[in-house]
Design a protein around this ligand. Sequence first.
Ligand SMILES: CC(C)(COP(=O)(O)OP(=O)(O)OC[C@H]1O[C@@H](n2cnc3c(N)ncnc32)[C@H](O)[C@@H]1OP(=O)(O)O)[C@@H](O)C(=O)NCCC(=O)NCCS
Length: 143
Amino acid sequence: MNIRPMTMADYDAVLGLMRGTPGVAVRAADAPEAIARYLARNPGLSLVAESDGEVIACVFGGHDGRRGSLHHVVVAPAWRGQGVGRALVARALDGLAAEGIHKTHIDVFADNEAAIAFWEATGWQRRGDIVRFSFNRSVDANV
Ligand SMILES: CC(C)(COP(=O)(O)OP(=O)(O)OC[C@H]1O[C@@H](n2cnc3c(N)ncnc32)[C@H](O)[C@@H]1OP(=O)(O)O)[C@@H](O)C(=O)NCCC(=O)NCCS
């Protein structure tokens, strides 16, 4: 397995990985132009893992200058439970640390028990003191 920065050449493979994965929402914000903008704003912080040239896992990483954020951490079903997710997230956090970002957040659907178990097992602190609010300027709820 090889972990390397994601590029737009990985877009179809990464979206393929995300689609049909329960617990991962693919939205208009995942359209190619939005992903290209995200990768350009956060160079080298989104990663893929590949095996024999096939993308088997992905993570989107970025920061706002103060705090990091991860999105869409997905490992292909056949590769789960083998440390791929742990290694991928560790590399993403290394990249953020290299930019001076030492605290990172991720949103997890409350009913995604496997993901919650993963984040707890890999040292992330579950927050009970924060409620997330979102404001949607679009009439499209799926933006
Ligand atoms: C969550 C996910 C990324 C974990 O990736 P993974 O490669 O299977 O995880 P790892 O093998 O690196 O596991 C790391 C630790 O997490 C724990 N863990 C992982 N999956 C788990 C599960 N389904 N149930 C309980 N614990 C789990 C294990 O205890 C493991 O610790 P160990 O190394 O001591 O055994 C993967 O299951 C996935 O892609 N799920 C679908 C997409 C998703 O929900 N992503 C998260 C969105 S927030």
